[in-house]
Write a protein that binds this ligand. Structure first.
Ligand SMILES: [Zn+2]
Length: 103
């Protein structure tokens, strides 16, 4: 699903079962792969489980780094997505809860 613009400079966001991506990135396979990795995380944690886990991990990193961007990129769920977004075959072999190895 494409959008005209995303808040806070975001490129994309997953609101299960949809992926919202800034219009200029809608054909970017790396961005879409990143968001699909989050979709896989969503599917294993459930609709009600993803955001509480994501936000808890974000707050943990925010307490550690005291900066939004560092908390964002060091969130284990983002680390899994960033580390594997270039591998367009990653989701075929991904093991459930792979983000947990970044805890
Ligand atoms: Zn992400």
């Amino acid at each position: 699903m494409e959008t005209e613009g995303m808040p806070l400079g975001m490129v994309g966001v997953v609101v299960y079962p949809f992926i919202f991506v800034c219009k200029k990135h809608v054909n970017n396979r790396i961005v879409m792969n990143h968001e699909r990795i989050h979709l896989a995380q969503y599917e294993e944690l459930g609709i009600l489980g993803f955001w509480p886990v994501y936000l808890t991990l974000y707050i943990r990193e925010l307490m550690r780094y005291e900066k939004h961007f560092k908390a964002y990129i060091n969130n284990p769920m983002e680390q899994e997505a960033f580390d594997n977004q270039l591998d367009l075959q990653y989701l075929r072999a991904r093991k459930p809860y792979s983000w947990a190895k970044y805890l």
